[in-house]
Design a protein around this ligand. Structure first.
Ligand code: F6R
Length: 255
């Protein structure tokens, strides 16, 4: 696990976009796992810039999103479908057929979740999963106490997560109570993980994730077991770390 501390959110976003772009340049048919929320917005802006200015080609890329609220139609402004098309996909040359986002309106949700797992495998598995982190240490909507081996399924959202996300809805009653989410086992199967965090509100979750014991109470701590995980944080999110961390990824230079 590599922890990188950047001066600013912009620098966090640039590095994370560069790592994703590097994968796509090496593997044009890359399978990306994507996240929503405010954290990856800077990364998405930078990917859009790389597409428009440097010709980064998404035409063969396949994507799978981490999660979606149960009950929100795709056109709902707070649905993750809407978020992903508005903030990323509509600005890229991505093929809509290669875009996968959990369907919160599916009639048979357990069957949908089973098929989502199958579709990831059929696509060749996730090459890279981009993650944010909840203030409570959740990844995707795997709330504290989630099984560390879990697969895609429905989860009840924690009160804290609902409160954190209430800013996007008119009132608390409108905040969905359930979400479909990739499981922790699903995420850990990705060949590479990039976890981003910015702001002081994430400092405790980041300290636990990087330096605490692995526990289902802080689901993100599982990334310590991943063979290729990069955690990129800005200064405020790094405030509770006790060790020194570099500002650049480790590059092995062979003579
Ligand atoms: C979103 C997701 C969530 C968020 C987390 C942080 O797809 O999986 O785990 O990454 O709640 O959200 P923000 O970035 O809004 O602080």
């Amino acid at each position: 696990m590599e922890v990188i501390v950047k001066e600013s959110y912009d620098e966090v976003s640039r590095l994370s976009a560069e790592l994703i772009a590097d994968l796509i340049r090496r593997k044009p048919r890359a399978v990306l796992g994507l996240a929503t929320g405010s954290t990856p917005l800077g990364t998405y802006k930078e990917l859009i810039r790389l597409h428009k200015e440097d010709g980064l080609d998404f035409s063969k890329v396949t994507t799978f999103n981490l999660d979606e609220y149960v009950g929100l139609v795709h056109e709902h402004p707070q649905s993750y479908h809407f978020f992903m098309w508005e903030n990323l996909f509509k600005h890229l040359n991505v093929n809509a057929k290669n875009v996968h986002i959990p369907d919160g309106t599916a009639k048979d949700i357990p069957e949908f979740c089973r098929k989502y797992e199958e579709d990831i495998i059929r696509a060749g598995g996730l090459d890279l999963q981009l993650l944010g982190i909840g203030g409570n240490g959740h990844i995707a909507f795997n709330e504290p106490g989630s099984s560390l081996g879990s697969r895609t399924r429905v989860k009840t959202l924690d009160d804290r997560t609902r409160q954190d996300n209430a800013r996007f809805f008119r009132n608390m009653n409108e905040v969905p109570r359930y979400a479909i989410t990739m499981g922790i086992g699903t995420i850990m199967d990705a060949r590479q993980l990039i976890l981003l965090a910015n702001g002081a509100g994430k400092a405790e979750a980041i300290a636990n994730t990087c330096e605490g014991p692995i526990t289902a109470i802080v689901p993100a701590t599982i990334v310590q077991l991943h063979p290729k995980a990069t955690i990129i944080v800005d200064k405020p999110a790094s405030a509770k770390l006790t060790r020194e961390y570099p500002a650049e990824p480790h590059v092995l230079v062979l003579a």
